[in-house]
Design a binder for this molecule. Structure first.
Ligand code: PGA
Length: 271
C-alpha cells in the first residue's frame, strides 16, 4: 500500500473532459502553431462547453504553457507521464513537482504504451498516481484490455484488476480528484474503435467498481473513453451515460479535428 496522500486536490468541479494526447509528435514550433489554431477556433466559435486539456511532449510543455497563458486560451495543460520520485538520480525522468511548476493540471499515468514499451507495472503506476496527487495535479489513469483478453472474455476482469491496483484503499475524495480513461489496447492508433455500447458497458463497470472500492457516487467519477476517437465517432461515445469524456491521440494533432471532437454532440451533454 502506498503512503497516505494528505491534501487531495479536487478535480475543480470538472465533470466532462476532452484530452488531447499528442504522444511523441511535434517539436515546440509545431506546438505553438497548434495552440494558436485552437485559440483562433475558440475565439471565432466560442468556448466549448466541455473542459479540454492538451498533453504535449515534455519538450513543448513550457512553450504550450506560455502560449495558452499569454492568449488566455481556456484549455488546461497536461503531461503524458512523470516519475514517482520528487527528485534524484533518475536520468531522463521528469518529476511531478517539475510539471506542477509549469502549471500542468493533468498527468496521464499508466498509458498502455508506457505499460507495454517501458514495462510499467501496476505498482509503479500507483506510485506515479500518488506523486501526481501530492503535487496537487489530477492524474488521468489509463486502463484497458488487449484484443486477446477481450476475445477470451477476460476484458472486464483485466480492467477491474487495473482499477483495483491503483484505487484500492482510497476514498471518494480520491475519485473526485482523478480521471480514469478506458482505452482498449486494440483500439489505440488502429482505426478500430470500440462501439459506443462497449465503451458504455466498461465505463459503467469502472464506476460500479469505484463505488464498491472507494464508496464513490457515480457522479463523483469522470471516466473517459480512448482509442481511435475521430470527428465521426466522438458524438456516439459522448451520448453514452457513463462516458464522461474522451482521450484522443491522432485526432488531437489537427486543431479543426480536435475542436470538432470537443464540441461533438455538445447540445446534449455538457459540463
Ligand atoms: P488514438 O490514441 O486516438 O490515436 O487511438 C488514443 C490514446 O492512446 O490515448
Amino acid at each position: 500500500m502506498s503512503p497516505e496522500v494528505r491534501a487531495i486536490p479536487p478535480r475543480a468541479g470538472i465533470t466532462s473532459l476532452i484530452s488531447g494526447n499528442w504522444k511523441m509528435n511535434g517539436n515546440h514550433f509545431e506546438a505553438i502553431s497548434l495552440v494558436q489554431e485552437l485559440s483562433a477556433a475558440i475565439r471565432s466559435a466560442g468556448v466549448p462547453k466541455r473542459a479540454m486539456s492538451l498533453h504535449p511532449p515534455f519538450t513543448s510543455i513550457r512553450t504550450v504553457q506560455t502560449a495558452l497563458e499569454s492568449d488566455h486560451v481556456p484549455i488546461a495543460l497536461g503531461a503524458q507521464n512523470c516519475h514517482d520520485q520528487p527528485k534524484g538520480a533518475y536520468t531522463g525522468e521528469v518529476s511531478a513537482d517539475m510539471l506542477a511548476k509549469l502549471n500542468v493540471s493533468y498527468v496521464i499515468v499508466g498509458h498502455s504504451e508506457r505499460r507495454r514499451y517501458f514495462f510499467e507495472s501496476d505498482e509503479f503506476v500507483r506510485a506515479k498516481f500518488d506523486a501526481v496527487l501530492r503535487a496537487q495535479m489530477t492524474p488521468i489513469l489509463c486502463v484497458g484490455e488487449t484484443k486477446q483478453e477481450r476475445d477470451e472474455g477476460l476484458a472486464d476482469a483485466r480492467v477491474i484488476e487495473q482499477v483495483r491496483a491503483v484505487m484500492a484503499g482510497r476514498d471518494a475524495a480520491a475519485v473526485l480528484s482523478c480521471v480514469i480513461a478506458y482505452e482498449p489496447l486494440w483500439a489505440i492508433g488502429t482505426g478500430e474503435n470500440a462501439s459506443p455500447s462497449d465503451a458504455q458497458a466498461m465505463c459503467g463497470l469502472i464506476k460500479d467498481e469505484l463505488g464498491e472500492l472507494c464508496g464513490a457516487e457515480r457522479a463523483d467519477a469522470l471516466v473517459q473513453y480512448g482509442g481511435s476517437v475521430s470527428v465521426d465517432n466522438a458524438a456516439g461515445f459522448l451520448h453514452e451515460a457513463d462516458v464522461d469524456g474522451l482521450l484522443v491521440g491522432g485526432g488531437s494533432l489537427d486543431a479543426g479535428s480536435f475542436m470538432a471532437i470537443a464540441r461533438a454532440g455538445e447540445a446534449r451533454r455538457a459540463n
